[in-house]
Design a binder for this molecule. Structure first.
Ligand code: NAD
Length: 231
């Protein structure tokens, strides 16, 4: 059946590309407390630390490559006859580097800057420093264009509209701990969509899904895409 698909991805889809998830022991995210590097208050307290953290993440991201899961999702988009929207919580650019185009970054993009003074946004993969100036207003208030805890995610109207039309909602590599993304499965199910989870292990919200498959994304996603494309 050709229908409308909404896919949500999380850190687990990029784990096998070498970008750590929140939970990876000893990973970047565990060495820097979240409230210091992923909140507006942390940025206000110590912008230098925040910029150092995201500059290191840019460096990791530049040297990482998309894996079989990212590539399979791009193949699905190219081969699917119906509507398809990929919503990612990831701030890395591995989906677009694999070829996905119908893609929304609900938590922003690591390879973009945002001026905390005037709101101007621009692409940049360079290390960020406190003295960097906004190309529009000249203020030295540069931050990464990512959505921190306590901030409102991007593209929510478009995401909710797509969820309301979806015949199938698929959640890949996300722990289901961060709202509003964690509630998408209930939103989609309420509007009549079938729901599927693909995750390394069943997430805390697994009982909300009609079907769940456990395993690494680099195996589960290409298998599922092959089924969808009838291969
Ligand atoms: P999370 O770290 O809370 O959960 C990751 C999930 O992926 C876990 O359930 C884990 O079991 C699963 N997983 C780990 N390895 C996997 C694999 N190889 N295959 C399939 N599943 C695997 O991440 P989340 O749910 O995305 O948390 C949301 C927040 O994490 C977002 O705000 C996001 O911005 C941020 N984050 C992003 C990145 C990135 O951009 N690459 C990395 C770390 C965290």
């Amino acid at each position: 059946m050709v229908g409308s698909i909404v896919i949500l991805t999380g850190a687990g889809v990029s784990a096998e590309s070498g970008l750590g998830t929140f939970r990876d022991a000893g990973g970047l995210w565990t060495r820097y407390p979240l409230e210091d590097v992923a909140t507006p208050e942390g940025y206000a307290r110590d912008p230098g630390l925040v910029l150092e953290f995201y500059s290191a993440r840019r460096e990791n991201c530049r040297t990482a490559a998309p894996n079989a899961a990212h590539r399979a999702l791009a193949e699905l988009e190219a081969g699917w006859g119906g509507e398809l929207l990929l919503v990612t919580q990831n701030i890395d650019d591995l989906h677009e580097r694999a070829g996905s185009r119908r893609l929304l970054h609900m938590h922003g993009e690591l390879m973009r800057c945002l001026c905390a003074a005037c709101g101007h946004r621009w692409p940049s993969d360079a290390p960020m420093q406190e003295q960097d100036r906004c190309p529009a207003c000249g203020a030295a208030r540069v931050r990464p264009d990512v959505v921190w805890f306590g901030e409102y995610p991007y593209h929510m109207e478009e995401i909710w509209a797509s969820l309301a039309r979806a015949d199938l909602f698929v959640s890949i590599g996300t722990s289901g701990n961060v709202y509003p993304a964690a509630g998408f499965v209930q939103d989609a199910a309420r509007r009549g969509a079938r729901t599927l989870e693909l995750n390394l292990e069943p997430s805390e919200g697994v009982s909300d899904f009609d079907e769940a498959r456990a395993g690494p994304a680099s195996r589960l996603v290409p298998e599922w895409v092959a089924e969808m494309l009838g291969r």
